[in-house]
Write a protein that binds this ligand. Sequence first.
Ligand SMILES: Nc1nc2c(ncn2[C@@H]2O[C@H](COP(=O)(O)OP(=O)(O)OP(=O)(O)O)[C@@H](O)[C@H]2O)c(=O)[nH]1
Ligand SMILES: [Mg+2]
Length: 456
Amino acid sequence: MEQREKALLIGANLNDNEDFTNSMEELRNLAEACDIDTVSEVSQNLSRINAQYYLGKGKILEISELAKEIGVDLVIFNDELSPSQVRNLEETVECRVIDRTVLILDIFAQRAKTKEAQLQVEIAKLQYMLPRLIGSAEALGRQGGGAGLKNKGSGEKKLELDRRKLEDRISALNKELELLVSRRQNQRKWRKKNEIPVVALVGYTNAGKSTIMNVMLDLYNPNAEKKVFEKDMLFATLETSVRNITLPDNKNFLLTDTVGFISKLPHHLVKAFRSTLEEVAEADLLIHVIDYSNPNYKEQMKVTQETLKELGADQIPVIYAFNKVDLAKGYQDNADMDSMGRDGMDTDNADGDNIDMVNTLLDLNRELSIQDSVIISAKKKIGMDGLIAAIKKHVFADYVKLELRIPYQNGNVVSYLNDHASILSSQYENDGIWIVAECKKTDYEKLKVYEAAPGL
Ligand SMILES: Nc1nc2c(ncn2[C@@H]2O[C@H](COP(=O)(O)OP(=O)(O)OP(=O)(O)O)[C@@H](O)[C@H]2O)c(=O)[nH]1
Ligand SMILES: [Mg+2]
């Protein structure tokens, strides 16, 4: 087996930030996801980041000693470092210095499977590197012509060359990406034209978005379409997947699974993934999935809300899905809940055992100033009916109920209805088939010539 690298983690706790411990634990998980072992951690309370050394110089000297003593391969900082900070730190600590952004970029690079995700990650990486070429430039400058010379030193020339090469590569990759993106945009346009509502799963990484997608497929589309990848790790999903969900009453919507968010998500990455995340900004409804068993869930909700804002998706209606309730403190796996879960047939708050949950939900709504929320366990299939009901309330609100009389020779209209509407009843009469159905407004416009009792 390959030997794993050993690292020392460094954090700055700014103004007693209550999220600090969690954020360091997350850094450890990010390192772990890159096959790096954390040997030790050092942090310092500060009121602001030191512009030259991230922490105070004295602390960095201590870190340098410690790094030698325990023999680490690299030192990892919990925030994105400026190019000059990296340079100063590497000189002082005398070992490899990386930051949180590099870890996230590396994980994305490892996990990217589709061409589009790969291009996006590579662009983000190159953009991160571009300003950081300066460090090597100075070293090269020193070697080359030396400082103060009028003519450019060979080092400086080489730097310019390197930089231009990078810039060229970035623009070539961007062109390639645009091509792929325009293909997907066409698909989206088609969907828009067909007015199929789009519901997007969003939320912090590892909250359970992909699991919810798979449960929905299990319930409503058992053999038709491919499942998505779900796993207990950071950034399991890096590409957007869209699946059609057709409910038993024939109403259908598209469900989109997306990349998870994380605190301090590198800006370049958000920018590079903008095209993937456009799907989110164009959704009709968002399901904000929350890992309710994580003690830090409120902070994670905030991060998600901020990221949505950055993506211009903060005006879209949201259903909050508090997931992993089976792991949450105080949850009791009582028999009723379990049986509800197995067949997915739970009804909204139908029995006394649910009263606690309802109260919890009301408390959450009040505390977080939110309205639409559900408590679920995707893994145990608890509360999925409540989630579906909430989705239906939002996306099918403008459905129209109508009664139609369709002459027998218009069989094509009946099959159109079968595909596009939810049929509540049908009766065969002398003058045709009488159908009571619910359909989209756009379909109503097409169908109203057959209306038997207008204004039903
Ligand atoms: N106990 C429990 N585990 C769950 C539940 N929902 C999801 N999980 C687990 O949580 C882990 C992460 O689930 P995913 O669905 O991959 O999470 P995600 O939000 O898609 O994560 P990213 O793709 O990384 O953003 C998996 O191991 C799931 O089995 C739940 O309701 N209860
Ligand atoms: Mg996922």
